[in-house]
Design a protein around this ligand. Sequence first.
Ligand code: ADP
Ligand code: TRP
Length: 358
Amino acid sequence: MYNSGFVPIIISDGLVNQESINMTKKRVLTGVTTTGIPHLGNYVGAIRPAIAASHAPDTESFLFLADYHGIIKCHDPEMIHESTQAVAATWLACGLDPEKTTFYRQSDIPEIMELNWILTCITAKGLMNRAHAYKAAVQENLDKGQEDQDHQIEMGLYSYPILMTADILMFNAQEVPVGRDQIQHVEMARDIAGRFNHRFKEVFTLPEVKIDENVELLVGLDGRKMSKSYGNTIPLWENDKKTQKSVNKIITNLKEPGEPKQPDESPLFEIYKAFATPAETAEFTQMLAEGLAWGEAKKMLAAKINAELAEPRERYSALTDNPAQIEDILQAGAQKARKQARVLLDQVRDAVGIRALK
Ligand code: ADP
Ligand code: TRP
């Protein structure tokens, strides 16, 4: 089985002296927007590998809730709030150790917003014109025959890559693991960092994007990528019975029990694979070839998912019963993060000429 490295949650009551112990560690940083409730695809593709990586002894991980990015796409306050709690509880329940990582909410670090403005002042407008998300929104207007190509496009969407740059540069991250859709944003962060270093002073590390080839793209109930936008997800945080019900909805063909079946005849095989060892997957392939009934295959799959998530589910429910505990963890993370952010922001302000009069 994939080793997701679950560890108990310990709330910090003191600050760790990061500077002194982490000089040689590689800095890895990634954020998650708070616009939805996590599903199995998010777990397999993002949460499980990031947590496994955060346990590596040679890395120092910064994991955060990108709620200021959330309000760009989502103008439903309840959703933002609910999602912030759900995403935070998900990371913690799945084994994020707030002692070993710096885990925080973007909006709790005002230094990021200050840096965002300074970077806005040195970013070429032309660079933002080329951002995929903005270009896609413009194209949608043009396709609809809108006269104004910027119709209903907000500045938040337009400047989105600058805020993401501030997130990354604030902690001088060396490596930024993201999905393929985010590559351009990390390249822009590199560009902007280089521009600043060149014009003012070598303050920023140039970040590198990390695309993990081994990270699986989980398929959904209908065989397309599992995504909340397609309504084809298996939610993470349901009980065993409901998970079985979701799994029962995975499409299959009409082959009868006893008829040989191939792995590519139903998306359930790919989902099984994400929760099984290679040996178990091979055995499952063999059983299908020997005529395993789809109904039985679905029972085996639900059992696998439920077994891996049993403990995280207990922790998730305890955490969401006590949101104040989550808040405490986030506040401790913010303290840890701000201590570092302040040092860098002071250097940046000084570099651009904003400093005390003496
Ligand atoms: P959604 O497609 O449901 O809106 P997001 O875009 O919010 O999901 O993705 C959050 C994180 O989860 C990203 O890192 C993304 O790469 C990952 N992710 C989302 N769906 C999948 C999937 N089906 N398989 C693997 N990873 C996924
Ligand atoms: N934009 C990213 C996404 O939609 C989330 C994000 C915000 C992020 N800031 C970041 C990712 C900084 C990596 C680094 O998935």
